[in-house]
Design a protein around this ligand. Sequence first.
Ligand code: SAM
Length: 370
Amino acid sequence: MSQPSPALAALLAQHEFSDADIVTLLGLSAADDIECLRRAAFDLTTRAVGETVHYRGLVEISNVCVLDCHYCGIRKGNRAVERYTLSREQVIDAALWAARAGYGSCVLQAGERRDEGFISLIEDCVHEIRQRSQSASLPQGLGITLSLGEQSAETFRRWRAAGAHRYLLRIETSNPELFARIHPPAQRIETRWQALADLRDAGFQVGTGVMIGLPGQTLVDLAADIRAFARRDIDMIGMGPYLPAPGNAMPAAGTLSSDDLLQLALKMIAVTRLVLRDVNIAATTALQALVADGRERGVTFGANVVMPSLTPREVRKNYQLYEGKPCLDEARDDCRSCLAGRIGSTGRQVGWNDWGDSPHSRHFARRSDA
Ligand code: SAM
């Protein structure tokens, strides 16, 4: 087994990291050094959040979107996309399948809509799922994470009151200039930070994240992203490689080779683990688009959450945020057993019938009691 140099060993043992330390770790390029980083992150994961990997069954409710983010395959302006919205029954059915399969929690994700019809559909689905998924193994019902974009503080309160308790809203990049380059002018980074604060006020556990390998993004930007997660006391992280989207409105030129992109995304997971310690970190599907065992590699670099798809197969191909989305044809039962084997291969176990909140979010409970 490779041993780190004394300088790297000392760096990896730190509890506090300067910006320069984070950039150094993200810039490691020798295979032995990256392996030392991976091992440090994996071991810290065991100590800080345990040996369990939590499942969040992912239901992609709708690809209808009112926004035009340049990087995204389902942006409003992409006329090639066949639009769909699942029915209330399809959403509830998928979530109840997750509960019966022992997943413990689900994620409801969609393109952005802010009309009352959509807001009340979500409210209704969340309420029904929480009620109907209660059982001896899940007395409080399924845990529900929402990933439905920027909404008003009032909408966040309604969805929290209906029974959702975690919300994932990526900042995409904390660099305001880069944010402006990848979004239309009406979308502002300040509004997104405000939405993250509103989520906290509404009582959600708050998740965010960034895309890694955006054209023009530097290691200093990524280090600043990790710092921003820490400063805002984020409970969970969902981040992954930027991949060109079908009918892409953003140039792919300047992006990394797929090997370098994978390596950078894995280092980003590991360094985020070292700096944030007790948060949940997802091994996202985009990693698997780069390499078949991408999610498992994410777990060995410090991730502790995976999100198997529960989206009905007939519409899954229409929720293509980027090219090469994996498992388009896999049935949910096959996915459950395939993934459990894959997680086992990393030395971790699956946390069945468990919400899997991050230890960090318990501080959140204390924060709201104060
Ligand atoms: N509308 C919600 C929102 O914006 O938070 C949820 C859906 S949105 C499609 C989910 C995430 O997909 C975004 O936060 C973005 O990071 C990611 N995404 C979109 N296009 C991508 C691409 N080309 N490569 C990698 N990730 C992408």
